[in-house]
Design a protein around this ligand. Sequence first.
Ligand code: NAI
Ligand code: MG
Length: 367
Amino acid sequence: TQAHSILVLPGDGIGPEVMAEAIKVLKAFENPECKFVLREELIGGCSIDATGKPVTDEVKQAALTSDAVLFAAVGGPKWDKARRGLDGPEGGLLQLRKAMDIYANLRPCSSHSPSSSITKEFSPFHATGLDGVDFVVVRENCGGAYFGKKVEDADYAMDEWGYSTAEVQRVTRVAAQVALRHTPTWPVISLDKANVLASSRLWRRVVEETMTTEYPQLKLVHQLADSASLILATNPRDLNGVILADNTFGDMISDQAGSIVGTLGVLPSASLNGLPGDKTLQTRPYGLYEPTHGSAPTIAGKNVANPVAMILCVALMFRYSLNMENEAQQIEDAVRRVLDKGLRTPDLGGNLGTKELGDAIVAELRL
Ligand code: NAI
Ligand code: MG
């Protein structure tokens, strides 16, 4: 029997409701050969109320000893005024990300994603413009301008935007591993502004060296980040592959990508510090899986939140942390069939509750 240890962090607002549905789906895959050992802990506002801290050292330690972490959402008006930064609810997530050093953030974006039918109704893109779009954004998430030195005077402010060779190498390896898992193998499309930024010139050189020495079988394309965003808006198929970007460009391109394939309630993401195929890894890779939406406090406790993003996080966890690709696809297929039948929560114009949609997805699994 294989026992997978999963740290479950429902958090605040709609977090516990959507997490309950994700766990329902997860449990449907238990059988004599495959067990999930779940440990549920507090994070965010609920952790502040109980312990005074948005995340405790004990929970951070639990994250480092689990096979994967499922995280829902944190925050809400109750804690907004009193606490900010690392002491606030979202500080719990930031601290956890730092403790796990999960430097690669993945967001899949595909016209055959489980939510493609809703995309056709809700995306600003017209239906055919999206056909055949298929890529994953891999964003560097622990370095660059968001973590560099800062100066903040009355008349001058500065953010240091720097990368080391090691930081670029490790995220390049994740992008390459994601590309290799796709059939037919994807190209890696690396975004930068090497024409104007020194950090981008190092980025481009290190990506090039890493790819040609370690992954010579993969195609590599360098794309200026500004033109990439134009292509994404006009001809997104031309970016099919793994889009690799630093923290700043990756933040922008992943939100732009999200807007063309779906709405907040259906988009999952993965944060990783490596993938199992990377031979340079010193430690077992960690993965944290979270929806791209927040805690939606105004709809919390009403059984109306859309659980799809959280449920698709379970699929990503199967794919990237637990080596369960077939099961990942079973979840994605079930979600697709349910949405295609028009079974939806109110945010997508439907009338099913959170629990009822979760039940419908479990019922559609072809185990
Ligand atoms: P939000 O994502 O919570 O909500 C934005 C809008 O989308 C709202 O209208 C909400 O009702 C709707 N929405 C979000 N998820 C939904 C779902 N699953 N089903 C149906 N509708 C959904 O972002 P907002 O309003 O900016 O922030 C609310 C709280 O969440 C704040 O306290 C914020 O700090 C926190 N937050 C936490 C994040 C995290 O835990 N990673 C990320 C973003 C915000
Ligand atoms: Mg963003």
